[in-house]
Design a protein around this ligand. Structure first.
Ligand code: PEP
Ligand code: MG
Length: 548
């Protein structure tokens, strides 16, 4: 028995035999050619075949992993046609009189090295994409093809790394798990594995490659990242038990993936997910959330020992947006203070920190910190469907100040010729003041998102950190429900939409109440998405309203 530990990118367990992924090795030789234009013609013909193949893979991916994830193959098609890439190949054929295979391989190496050396993990992961498309073109030039045929038995695919097109070209029905020595959790391969609902572990290390043999039994634990080769009977039995329990749990809810969030009478609602880190995106996709309704950006600050730079933040926001493709992502600006403290902010000790300098108040007091975040957010906005929302707002004048800072940032970016999108701006309704003046706030923004955790704390005067007063902290209190209803009416009367992102959004005892209020979106922990969908699908709003 031998154990390796990597990074689980999709939480599930697989027990089965290893199948080592073999790549058809194509040796590319440098050959001197006489007729450069004829060689370019050969390249163009191979390119056309590669584009046709990618078109079919894209079709397959659309059916198996959905539009958002199939997009990578559209990007591959664009890369094949990319002007810089093509010019580099033409240039090499013409100036060095080399064969097309060699020009493609050399250009792929240059581009891949360039991507790998970039200080951006997303761009680094693109190195694998350029190698993938180039290998395909070379295979087309040499009549080779890179299909890996699998036996009828389901297997655990083990490889050094897998390109996105290799991942999606494999017959999903015959794969128990993916395990690779290399790879990044941000690679599209990892994203695809997650979306194919196949346990996957990456980064098992080079030694792993020396130990894998076709037909050997193995266990892949996508939860812990453990990969066990040739397990003893006791380990095998323990994992089979764990696997059975997980499967039973998942199957019950998985039946709801891909289904609409629609009531029996046809009323629809968005169910989004809350996250605190990029690492949670796998769970968001796995649980089929329609978007991200709350990204608590302060965790980015809390895990650091100094202020995260604009560039650092930009990379994280961009990664989240790209991973979610066209789905909505709402990022909540810094909500630090009270229970969330970071030493380097040097905040003074307060008697009542929950009522003190936290969230938007801190941002307005220290606009340089706020503007750094806004700049990163606006710059990232071109990579997806972004909404920004502001926590702890209590007045119109605060919102005016916030919007003025947003305009300032946009003007700066215009002057620097940096692009940004026309994104949605929202206010969190988490103070009674915000709910009561929601008629004034709504015309100023695109959406509201109700933070019921704080709304409960501030409405009922119950410190959310104090376990001794829990019995006074009735989250179903009429005052809270009235404030939410009032905010919903005011949002809709002013053309804004309204969601709920506090913990109450996942309370299925209130799902019908929220639907009757006209709430447009519920944002919950990823693992609750299917539970709430289940509740929504059992509601009939034409029936008389139940008395709470
Ligand atoms: C809330 O207050 O309900 C909320 C979503 O924000 P947080 O829990 O992060 O304060
Ligand atoms: Mg809050």
């Amino acid at each position: 028995m031998m154990k390796f530990t990597g990074k689980g990118v999709y939480g599930a367990i697989a027990v089965g035999k290893i199948s080592v992924y073999e790549r058809q090795g194509i040796r590319v030789k440098r050959i001197k050619i006489e007729d450069a234009e004829a060689e370019i013609q050969r390249f163009e013909s191979a390119k056309a075949i590669a584009l046709e193949q990618l078109g079919s893979i894209h079709e397959k991916a659309l059916k198996e992993v959905g539009e958002a994830n199939a997009q990578i193959f559209e990007i591959h098609m664009m890369m094949v046609d990319d002007e810089d890439y093509n010019d580099a190949i033409f240039g090499m054929i013409r100036t060095q009189n080399v064969n097309a295979e060699y020009a493609v391989a050399a250009t792929a190496k240059n581009f891949s090295e360039m991507f790998s050396s970039m200080d951006d993990s997303y761009m680094q992961a693109r190195a694998a994409d350029v190698e993938d498309i180039s290998n395909r073109i070379i295979a087309c030039l040499t009549d080779g093809h890179s299909t890996n045929t699998l036996s009828d038995e389901k297997v655990i695919i083990c490889a050094d790394d897998l390109a996105p097109s290799e991942t999606v070209s494999l017959d999903k029905e015959k794969i128990l798990a993916f395990a690779t020595a290399h790879g990044s959790s941000n690679s599209h391969t990892a994203i695809l594995a997650r979306n194919m609902n196949i346990p996957a572990i990456i980064g098992l290390g080079a030694d792993f490659l020396n130990e894998i043999k076709n037909g050997t039994m193995a266990i892949a634990d996508g939860f812990t990242g453990e990969f066990i080769i040739d397990p003893d009977e006791e380990t095998l039995a323990a994992y089979q038990k764990k696997q059975k329990a997980e499967t039973e749990k998942r199957m019950l809810l998985q039946e709801l993936t891909g289904k609409e969030n629609v009531t029996l009478d046809g009323t629809k609602i968005n169910i989004f997910a809350n996250i605190g880190s990029v690492d949670n995106i796998g769970a968001v996709l796995l649980n089929d959330a329609g978007g991200i309704g709350l990204f608590r950006s302060e965790f980015l600050y809390l895990e650091k020992t100094d202020y995260p730079t604009e560039e650092e933040q930009f990379r994280v926001y961009k990664k989240v947006l790209e991973s979610m493709a066209t789905k909505k992502v709402i990022i909540r600006t810094l909500d630090i203070g009270a229970d969330k403290q970071a030493d380097y902010f040097h905040l003074e000790k307060e008697e009542n920190p929950a009522l003190g300098l936290r969230a938007i108040r801190l941002c307005l007091e220290r606009p340089e910190i706020f503007k750094t975040q806004l700049r990163a957010l606006y710059r990232a906005s071109v990579y997806g469907n972004l909404g920004i929302m502001f926590p702890m707002v209590t007045s119109v004048s605060e919102l005016e100040e916030i919007l003025a800072l947003c305009d300032e940032v946009k003007n700066e970016l215009d002057a620097e010729k940096l692009p940004y999108s026309n994104l949605e701006l929202g206010v969190m309704i988490e103070t009674p003041a915000a709910a009561i003046i929601s008629d004034k706030l709504a015309p100023m923004v695109d959406f509201f998102s109700v933070g019921t955790n704080d709304l409960t704390q501030y409405t009922l005067a119950c410190d959310r950190q104090n376990p001794h007063i829990e019995r006074f902290c009735n989250t179903h209190h009429e005052a809270i429900l009235r404030l939410i209803e009032m905010s919903a009416k005011n949002a809709h009367a002013n053309g804004a939409w309204i969601g709920i992102c506090g913990e109450l959004a996942a309370d299925t005892a209130l799902t019908e109440t929220f639907l009757r209020m006209g709430i447009d979106e519920l944002s919950v922990s990823p693992s609750f998405v299917l539970k709430v969908r289940d509740a929504v699908r059992k509601i009939d709003l034409t029936r008389p309203e139940p008395v709470c």
